[in-house]
Design a protein around this ligand. Structure first.
Ligand SMILES: [Zn+2]
Length: 348
């Protein structure tokens, strides 16, 4: 099978590797498509220190079940069925303890992040059976690669307690900000403004149902009031810098909530009184629970047309290097790039 190896920083090699064999409790997935995540791009450049040379990255994928290891129930996970995988693996003996908050398990393994785990920028990968999530048969299979970022967004929206009738601000219109708009809408929130410097991204999020504003139009808080008619009840910062958090706080009503999901900087400075005397809550959000992930998979299976605008480009593995280089140089498209493994001569 073919796999994309991070041979060195700034270099992805397409190599031939033996197809892995599923062990007890494991499922072999045949990958249809894998999305390029911002964290993969930072791994490619070496700047986040969370990926290492020699690694096969990839954690946003869909495909089909190719083979089952010993003890896996073939009636629950039939060979040939469309599926995705939840990349967050909790050790089996801790599953009960972390049920409903799997992302809090300190011993978790994250597929695509863990250096020794061959992940999904490859034609096949192994996944524990309990992390496999079946997809609706009617949806275009490659769109299942959007479930993982959608699950990140759904979790952030749930952390923020979003509900119908609220006014919401999303800071940042990249793939996570775009997914947050869809997740807010799925929660019944329709009054959404999103701030984003790129005009191409603003156009994309406008098509998703958010009103988009840019920094050139004036201070964010004023624009939010102008567009929503009042400060936001909830802001979701999908960037994560001092300036974006400050903008989110200033644009939110007293007693409002700001969710920090973007990881733009390891340290930020905050206006203290916007939190203390004005009683705003700043809440962290990271990945998702197993339930969030399953709900995102069900939502995408039922609404493939709504996630379709999130895909800007689909490339074969031969062009992955070129796509990573463009994204690293800040020259990527407005939406997601998917690497498609299930076309032209994919070896069985
Ligand atoms: Zn990701």
């Amino acid at each position: 099978m073919r796999a994309l190896v991070l041979a060195d920083y700034h270099r992805l090699d397409l190599v031939e590797r033996p197809r892995p064999e599923p062990g007890p409790g494991e499922v072999l997935l045949r990958v249809a498509a894998t999305g390029i995540c911002g964290s993969d791009v930072h791994g490619y450049t070496g700047e986040n220190g969370r990926r290492v040379p020699g690694q096969v990255m990839g954690h946003e994928s869909s495909g089909t079940i190719a083979a089952l290891g010993e003890g896996v129930d073939g009636s629950a996970l039939p060979v040939g069925a469309p599926a995705t995988f939840n990349p967050v693996i909790v050790p089996e003996e801790q599953a009960q303890r972390y049920r409903g908050r799997e992302q809090h398990c300190p011993d978790k393994t994250v597929i695509g992040v863990a250096a020794g785990y061959q992940a999904s920028f490859a034609e096949h990968l192994l996944v524990p059976a309990r992390n496999v999530v079946l997809l609706g048969a009617a949806m275009p299979l490659h769109l299942g690669a959007l479930i993982e970022p959608l699950a990140v967004a759904l979790h952030a929206v749930r952390v923020g307690g979003a509900r119908a009738g609220q006014r919401a601000l999303v800071v940042g219109g990249g793939p996570i900000g775009q997914s947050v708009v869809l997740a807010l809408r799925s929660a019944g929130v329709t009054d959404i403004v999103l701030s984003e410097p790129s005009a191409a991204r603003r156009e994309l999020v406008a098509a998703l149902g958010a009103r988009a504003v840019g920094p050139e139009d004036g201070p964010l808080a004023e624009q939010v009031r102008a567009v929503l008619g009042a400060p936001a009840d909830l802001a979701i910062d999908a960037v994560g810098l001092s300036a974006t958090l400050e903008g989110a706080l200033a644009s939110t009503a007293l007693g409002g909530t700001v969710v920090l999901v973007g990881m733009g900087s390891p340290r930020v400075e905050l206006p203290a009184f916007a939190i203390s005397t004005e009683e705003r809550a700043v809440l962290g959000s990271f990945t998702y629970s197993a339930e969030d992930f399953r709900d995102a998979a069900a939502w995408v299976s039922a609404h493939p047309g709504q996630v379709m605008p999130l895909v800007s480009d689909i490339v074969p593995p031969e062009r992955a290097q070129e796509s990573f280089a463009a994204l690293a140089a800040g020259e990527g498209p407005a939406g997601k790039i998917l690497v498609r493994f299930d076309e032209q001569g994919a070896a069985a």
